[in-house]
Design a protein around this ligand. Structure first.
Ligand code: PLP
Length: 403
């Protein structure tokens, strides 16, 4: 496989496996296919000197236009955006306080978050809050949170409230953003929304967020980065953290410009055309799996209402002769590893995400599905690795790094 039709695949010369990503925009797989507009812009600026804060100023109106916010700032990641936005609500524009973080003596430093929103996107959300020195105040329970929990937690030490939009969060029984923001605003508490992986760049600010955070490297197809959009004073105070804890989260000129280019490309993207192509992939895989013993394949909408569908593949081990997670692991082996979305595999299913494929890869995926199912069916035993063993293997791999 080649990344484009002209250049050879760099992964081969590096000795890296040529992964085919049907998992989604995962940091662990290199996030997304960076759009050509961003690559061109990054190439153009890399050899040049610029006044970096002037370049930052260029990002602001573009972010404002796309998000409907007053201003915008680009940092290392959405994760960094959480820490910097929280820092902004604690320090304001006080440069001495900015340099003192994570020491928050004398500052408001409590940050409210619903317990059902304290999830891991690869690292814990609450750690992003704690990094600048804030104290997360968890309200409600995992699957229930009501306005009285929020009212009862707000006090004179409250700096901000964080709201997470993600398929990882509990999807019922919690306070919706509009109500969350209304209550916070009635008490003068700014609301920071982590919308890292969401397509809609406007809705969260429209529903009352003071700051909305997005990843540059997910659906936007930009370089690794995080977008901080919203109220100008808060965005500026997040930007000022570059003189403090933000230094370790800085972006280079190429990623600031690459993010601007990705945002501009997003405005012109043929969203309907891309959706149609993705639907074609899903139908191909669904057809490939139809009639296979012990396999059910169904197209499902995205749980947080992004305009994308995925294929849910349910595996009955007794009939398919393999578990869902062993099927996923089998696909991930070999010369053309296929990585599926398997974080719920313990329930006997995984998803296939069509958003990150190069043309032609969908056929390789279909062939590999058939191949591994055929092998499993031919096996006399049911292939069933204990889940604990699979988990232990993953952790052991991390612990051996870099060997
Ligand atoms: C991906 C993700 C993040 C982390 O974003 P990065 O830009 O990779 O740091 C944070 N929150 C949610 C909900 C995410 O999906």
């Amino acid at each position: 496989m080649t990344d484009s039709h002209t250049s050879p695949d760099i992964r081969q010369s590096l000795g890296l496996r040529p992964v085919i990503n049907v998992s989604g925009t995962m940091t662990s797989l290199g996030a997304s296919i960076v759009v050509p507009e961003a690559i061109t812009a990054m190439n153009a600026i890399l050899p040049q000197f610029v006044e970096i804060n002037d370049l930052h100023k260029k990002a602001s109106p573009v972010i404002a236009r796309l998000t409907g916010g007053e201003a915008g700032f680009v940092t290392a990641s959405c994760s960094a955006g959480i820490s910097l936005a929280v820092a902004a609500t604690m320090t304001g524009s006080d440069l001495a306080a900015i340099e003192r973080l994570p020491d928050t003596t004398g500052l408001k430093s409590e940050v409210i978050i619903q317990m059902g929103h304290v999830v891991s996107y690869g690292a814990p959300v609450d750690q992003g809050i704690r990094l600048p020195g804030a104290k997360p105040v968890l309200i409600g329970q995992a699957t229930s949170c009501h306005p009285y929990h929020l009212e009862g937690a707000i006090n004179e030490r409250t700096a901000a409230a964080v709201f997470v939009v993600s398929h990882h969060t509990v999807q019922y029984g919690l306070i919706a953003l509009r109500t969350f923001a209304e209550i916070c605003h009635a008490h003068g508490v700014p609301v920071i929304v982590d919308a890292a992986s969401e397509y809609d760049l406007k809705i969260f600010l429209a529903q009352g967020a003071d700051i909305a955070l997005y990843s540059s490297h997910k659906f936007l197809g930009g370089p690794t980065g995080g977008i901080v959009a919203g109220r100008k004073d808060l965005v500026r105070n997040a930007f000022l953290q570059n003189m403090g804890i933000g230094r370790g989260m800085k972006l280079g000129k190429e990623s600031i410009l690459g993010t601007i280019a990705a945002l501009e490309a997003w405005e012109k993207r043929d969203h309907a055309g891309i959706r149609a192509k993705e639907t074609g992939y899903l139908n191909l895989w669904k057809q490939t799996l139809s009639g296979k013993r012990g396999i059910a394949a169904e197209i499902e909408p995205d749980p947080t209402h992004n305009p994308l569908d995925r294929l849910k593949v349910t595996v009955i081990p007794e009939e398919a002769h393999i578990t869902a997670w062993d099927f996923a692991d089998a696909l991930a082996k070999g010369a053309q590893p296929i990585i599926v979305r398997d974080h719920e595999a313990e329930h006997g299913f995984f998803y296939m995400d069509p958003c990150n494929l190069h043309p032609g890869e969908e056929k390789i995926v279909a062939r590999r599905l058939e191949e591994e199912l055929g092998k499993a069916r031919a096996s006399n035993d049911i292939i069933a690795t204990p889940l604990e063993e699979r988990y232990a293997r993953r952790i052991a791999g991390m612990m051996r790094w870099p060997d």
